[in-house]
Ligand binder design. Structure first.
Ligand code: ADP
Ligand code: MG
Length: 244
């Protein structure tokens, strides 16, 4: 077997009567960047949330870095620390400094001592271009800076995989570019990334593969040039005509 970082097979998720994911199969290789596009309500967030078991799949198998998360005996908490997740909302602790925001989980969840946690935090603040903001509180930062702090916080847990759910959707347009640049940098460093995004230009430039989701299925997938540049399915074409 090759070095798949994420293996998803037969993933189904229903909320009551509503089937939101109707049997998704995917392999994401180490270092691969996969962008997920599709209309609102198509199941993109649910798909991402199932990958780290924030949502319990109705059925199917999720394996991340060789650990089957859907195994009832799996240590989900341990496995989940290896999966970074960045949401549209930054969810920072507003009363804590940027540095403290980055050290809390390292100390609580990974048991790192203060010095080690702060070293790692500073290294990741440099990585997102915010080395000079460690003493600021979130309210003193722009939305784009807050999202970069959110990314640095995830990176401080040394994840194997990063999941992004519309990380720039809540930002003013002029702040989107800095966040995308940080994500581009991570992709260049070889991070394995699954990214739900409406930023088609980013998907075109950075994704190795694009998945188009509609109605709980992956309707079309391939390189950005294929899916965004030359879509074969009518549903994909209709969606792109609305967003491009
Ligand atoms: P997307 O991210 O593509 O907009 P979502 O995964 O958020 O789509 O939602 C897909 C469908 O699942 C929507 O119809 C949504 O209303 C429904 N849904 C999502 N989460 C829940 C939930 N916790 N309970 C019930 N329905 C949900
Ligand atoms: Mg969503």
């Amino acid at each position: 077997m090759s070095d798949a970082k994420i293996e998803i097979s037969g993933l189904r998720k229903s909320f009551g009567e509503l089937e939101v994911l109707s049997g998704v199969d995917q392999r994401v290789e180490a270092g691969e960047v996969v962008c997920v596009i599709g209309p609102s309500g198509s199941g993109k967030s649910t798909f991402l949330r199932c990958v780290n078991l924030l949502e319990q799949p109705t059925s199917g198998r999720i394996v991340v870095d060789g650990v089957e998360l859907t195994d009832p005996d799996a240590d989900i908490d341990a496995a989940r620390t290896r999966i970074g997740m960045v949401f549209q909302q930054f969810n920072l602790f507003s009363h804590l400094s940027v540095l403290r925001n980055l050290t809390v989980a390292q100390r609580k969840v990974l048991g790192r001592d203060k010095r080690r946690a702060e070293e790692t935090a500073r290294e990741n603040l440099r990585r997102v271009g915010l080395a000079d903001k460690e003493n600021a509180t979130p309210a003193q930062l722009s939305g784009g800076q807050q999202q970069r702090v959110g990314i640095a916080r995830s990176l401080s847990m040394d994840p194997d995989v990063m999941l992004f759910d519309e990380p720039t959707s809540a930002l003013d347009p002029e702040l989107v570019g800095d966040v995308l640049d940080v994500m581009r940098g991570l992709a260049d460093e070889g991070m394995t990334m699954l990214v739900v995004t409406h930023e088609m230009q980013f998907a075109r430039e950075v994704a190795d593969r694009v998945l188009f989701m509609d109605g709980g299925d992956i309707v079309e997938q391939g390189s950005p040039a294929e899916v965004i540049g030359d879509p074969q399915r009518e549903r994909t074409r209709n969606f792109l005509a609305r967003v491009l």
